[in-house]
Design a protein around this ligand. Structure first.
Ligand SMILES: [Zn+2]
Length: 348
C-alpha cells in the first residue's frame, strides 16, 4: 500500500511517501480502505518524538480516518455480531481501549488500563489501509462526506466528552474558549452553541476571530489588543465571569482562573503552550473552582456525537485538504497554526 511514514523522529523531512505492506486484520479486526485521514497536533508531536516514547519503526501517523470496509479478520468473516460488512462506509474511533479491563467493562474505555491512541503508539491512518478492532467503527450513511467524518472523529468526541460528560455544561451557561482556530476549539464552539450556551472566544488573530463569530461565537476578545483579557471577559459578562473555560493552552491558566465566576469549571484536554506552568492556588479554593481534565471519550459519547454530526446538527469546520503524498506540508500548516478547523489528507 501507499503510505506516508517515518523511520526516525525529526522534522517534516522525516516523512516519506512510500510503499509499505498492507496490514493483515487479526481476529476481531477489520481492514479499512481509507479515503480520508485528518490531522491532529499530536501527529507532529509523535513525529518529533519525546523522551520515553517507544515506537515500532517505521511509524505511521494519523488518528483520524474514514473509508470503506474491505476485509474482516477471522472469526468475523461473516461480520457476525458486530454489524460490519464489506463495503460499509465507516469512520474510525481512534480511542483504543482493551475492551477487557475494569474501566473498559464499566464503559470508560478512554480510561483503559492499557490505553492506546491510533497513530500515537500504533500505526495510524496516513495510509491506504489500516486494521482496527471492529468495535472502533461507526457506520456512515451513503454519500456522507468522508472529510467531515474524519475531521470530526477525534476533536468532536474530545470536545463533547469534556464539555458535556465531564464539564456538565447546561443551557444558558457562559463558556469561554481560549484560542480560535484549532480543531478542538472549533468543535467546542459548535457543541457549546448546540447546547444553548453563550460563547466567548479569546484569540490573537482577527481573521480567525471573524471565523469563530461565523461559527456562532457571541463575544470575541482580541488578546493582541487586550493583554489582560480576563478583565475583558469580566466586563463582557456584567462583571460576573464565565461558568466554564475551555483552556487547552495551559500557560494561560491564570487568565482563565480569573475569568471564571465563583463555582466555575476550567476544562482542559491539552496544553499547546507547554506542559508546565504556575498557577495561584488561592483562586482555586477561594472561588470554589474545579479544574477538570479529560482526554478523548468513551464509546457512548463517540456514537452520540457522531449521530449529531451525521444528522447535520453539529458541523465540523474543515480547513484545506492535501494529497497523502504531501502530508509534510499539511503538518507544517497545522503546526504553524495557519489552519482554521481540520486539515485532511485525500487518500483513495
Ligand atoms: Zn481497558
Amino acid at each position: 500500500m501507499k503510505t506516508t511514514l517515518f523511520h526516525q523522529h525529526g522534522g517534516p523531512e522525516a516523512l516519506e511517501y512510500t510503499d509499505f505492506p498492507t496490514p493483515e486484520p487479526k481476529p476481531g479486526e477489520v481492514l479499512v480502505k481509507l479515503k480520508v485521514a485528518a490531522l491532529n497536533r499530536m501527529d507532529v508531536m509523535v513525529r518529533n518524538g519525546w523522551p520515553g516514547l517507544k515506537l515500532e519503526m517505521p511509524h505511521i501517523n494519523g488518528a483520524d480516518g474514514a473509508g470503506e470496509v474491505v476485509a474482516l479478520g477471522s472469526p468475523l468473516s461473516m461480520g457476525e455480531g458486530l454489524g460490519v460488512r464489506a463495503d460499509d462506509r465507516v469512520v474510525i474511533n481512534p480511542n483504543l481501549g482493551c475492551g477487557e479491563c475494569d474501566y473498559c467493562l464499566s464503559g470508560w474505555d478512554n480510561m483503559c488500563r492499557n490505553w492506546h491512541l491510533l497513530g500515537e503508539t500504533v500505526r495510524g491512518t496516513y495510509a491506504e489501509y489500516v486494521s482496527v478492532p471492529a468495535r472502533q467503527l461507526y457506520k456512515l450513511p451513503d454519500n456522507f462526506d468522508f472529510h467531515v467524518a474524519a475531521g470530526a472523529a477525534l476533536v468532536y468526541q474530545t470536545a463533547w466528552h469534556s464539555l458535556i460528560t465531564r464539564g456538565k455544561l447546561q443551557t444558558g451557561e457562559t463558556v469561554l474558549i481560549v484560542g480560535a482556530g484549532g480543531g478542538v476549539n472549533t468543535a467546542s464552539i459548535d457543541i457549546a452553541k448546540f447546547s444553548g450556551a453563550q460563547v466567548l472566544v479569546v484569540g490573537s488573530d482577527a481573521k480567525k476571530l471573524g471565523k469563530a463569530e461565523a461559527l456562532g461565537a457571541d463575544v470575541l476578545i482580541d488578546r493582541s489588543k487586550e493583554e489582560n483579557w480576563s478583565k475583558a471577559v469580566f466586563l463582557a459578562t456584567n462583571r460576573q465571569g464565565v461558568d466554564v473555560v475551555v483552556d487547552n493552552v495551559g500557560t494561560t491558566f491564570m487568565h482563565s482562573l480569573r475569568a471564571l465566576k465563583k463555582g466555575g469549571r476550567l476544562i482542559t484536554v491539552g496544553n499547546s503552550g507547554g506542559p508546565k506552568f504556575e498557577i495561584d492556588n488561592r483562586y482555586v479554593f477561594a472561588k470554589h473552582l474545579s479544574i477538570i481534565g479529560s482526554t478523548m471519550s468513551h464509546m457512548t459519547d463517540f456514537s452520540t456525537v457522531m449521530d449529531l454530526v451525521v444528522a447535520g446538527k453539529l458541523k465540523p469546520t474543515l480547513d484545506q485538504s492535501f494529497p497523502l503524498s504531501e502530508a509534510a506540508a499539511a503538518q507544517e500548516r497545522l503546526w504553524m497554526g495557519k489552519n482554521f478547523g481540520k486539515i485532511t489528507l485525500d487518500i483513495g
